[in-house]
Design a protein around this ligand. Structure first.
Ligand code: 4AD
Ligand code: MG
Length: 427
């Protein structure tokens, strides 16, 4: 019976067949060790000349890497090891070109990114992509359990959501259109119909900055809730993060361990995630020798320095209005501040931005004007404040940012099947 590599441990002492591709091979005298990869992981095949016969043994030693293989043998668990292996009795192999380009030697990132269509097969990359799939599913599952409806926003839009400097412009039958930066504004329309909605889809940013955490195309999960204020929004984000990470830790325990990431480190203790005010953050950074002028957004380096001191995700709350988007609700106690928060992951920095949305028509209108945006373009968005406007909040989490934290990735390019950056749109 053909089983997946992850189920090998259930078959110790019996026969099993594995079907996959050849990842590596090593011959030592009368024994060869092959590694087989399938869609769930890898397993070692122990091949003895005595058991296979000379001809089969020599044929197997000559197999090219990435040859499709079907391996049958006895499943055994060597003493002191926790991963079973297959003592090979029979091997069927299909053809593959002999010049598989990705070797064991260290390749530079450009070499690997040019071959991303092949690089994703590497066991480490495949583990990351399985974790990504679990993460996305865990988000969707949690939100549905919490009464959210999926609400798919358009990707071709007439307006900017997150500022006008990072827009990809298209020629839409002779008119300018833009690739969506965020589903938020449409999700805000959705809440008056469905109360709790979320979008999970691509977001585009024509961001020229080349960093370890920016892509020009990333995937955002963006929940939006009626009747929730900024504080309730942070409390919800905390429950969301806890539930999603717990699920991923359970479901992908093996893959996380393979990446050297302790699944337990994704399950947090009962202490609530800290909430720091922007003003407190500036003081903390100043003590670390980093001076941020009041009103400025935190840089990547500021966030990393700040996040180094935390063991759980934490919030930075009440950013100055002038470093936030046009749609934010100001703090009634101090209108220089926005009821808006970022959630930062330990050691890394921002993974979520969220906040309460301006609900007053005239105030929102004045903000659109102040930001130099067109009142015509945003007439529909202002309508949402004319007809039955309520307190509402939401947030956006970058899947790749969260995955970077979950998997402990240095660079975001490994967190998505085919990363789009200013220098790369191929393969
Ligand atoms: O912080 P951002 O720009 O916030 C918004 O777009 C809001 N409209 C979201 C909302 O309230 N619905 O983006 C949200 C998140 C960030 O916290 C980050 O995780 C991710 O999206 N993100 C990026 N990820 C990769 N590359 C980029 N260039 C990103 N820009 C934002
Ligand atoms: Mg942000």
């Amino acid at each position: 019976m053909i089983i997946h590599t992850t189920r090998l441990k259930e078959r110790v002492g019996g026969e099993a067949s594995l079907r996959g591709w050849l990842v590596s091979k090593q011959a030592r005298g009368q024994v060869a060790f092959l590694t087989l990869r399938d869609g769930e992981g890898t397993a070692q095949l122990v091949c003895e000349r005595a058991a296979l016969g000379d001809e089969a043994f020599e044929a197997l030693k000559a197999l090219p890497l990435e040859a499709p293989i079907l391996a049958t043998g006895l499943v055994r668990l060597p003493e002191g090891r926790d991963r079973p292996e297959l003592a090979l009795r029979e091997l069927e192999a299909g053809p593959s070109a002999p010049d598989w380009p990705i070797g064991r030697k260290e390749h530079g990132p450009d070499f690997l990114m040019e071959r991303r269509h092949l690089w994703i097969r590497a066991p480490r990359q495949a583990a990351i992509l399985r974790i990504r799939s679990s993460l996305e599913f865990a988000c969707v599952e949690f939100l549905h359990r919490e009464g959210f409806h999926r609400f798919d926003a358009p990707l071709v839009t007439p307006t900017a959501c997150e500022g006008t400097t990072e827009l990809f412009e298209l020629d839409y039958f002779g008119k300018a259109a833009y690739l969506s930066q965020s589903a938020q504004l449409y999700a805000e329309a959705g809440i008056a119909a469905l109360e709790r909605v979320y979008s999970l889809g691509p977001c585009f940013r024509a961001e020229k900055s080349v960093t370890r955490r920016h892509l020009t195309e990333f995937w955002g999960v963006e929940p939006e809730m009626a009747h929730v204020d900024a504080v309730g929004n942070m409390a919800f984000q905390e429950r969301f993060i806890r539930a999603v990470l717990r699920k991923v830790a359970e479901e992908r325990e093996g893959d996380l361990a393979f990446l050297g990431r302790d699944p337990e480190s994704l399950v947090f203790g009962p202490e609530p995630f800290p909430v720091l005010l922007y003003d407190e953050v500036l003081e903390r950074l100043s003590r670390q020798g980093r001076e941020v002028p009041w009103g400025e957004d935190l840089s990547v380096e500021d966030e990393e320095a700040l996040a180094a001191g935390f063991a759980t995700p934490f919030f930075v709350y009440k950013y100055p209005v002038k470093c936030r988007a046009f749609y934010i609700e100001p703090d009634p106690a101090d209108p220089r501040l926005a009821l808006s928060s970022d959630c930062l992951a330990p050691g890394l920095g921002e993974i979520i931005t969220g906040g309460q949305r301006a609900s007053d028509h005239d105030f929102l209108k004045s903000r659109i004007v102040e930001h130099g945006l067109s009142l015509d373009d945003f007439a529909w968005y202002l309508d949402l404040r004319r007809y039955g406007s309520v307190t509402h909040s939401g947030f956006g989490m970058g899947i790749e940012r969260m995955l970077r934290f979950v998997c402990g990735l240095r660079h975001i390019r490994e967190a998505i099947p085919f990363a789009r950056t200013p220098q790369r749109i191929a393969p």
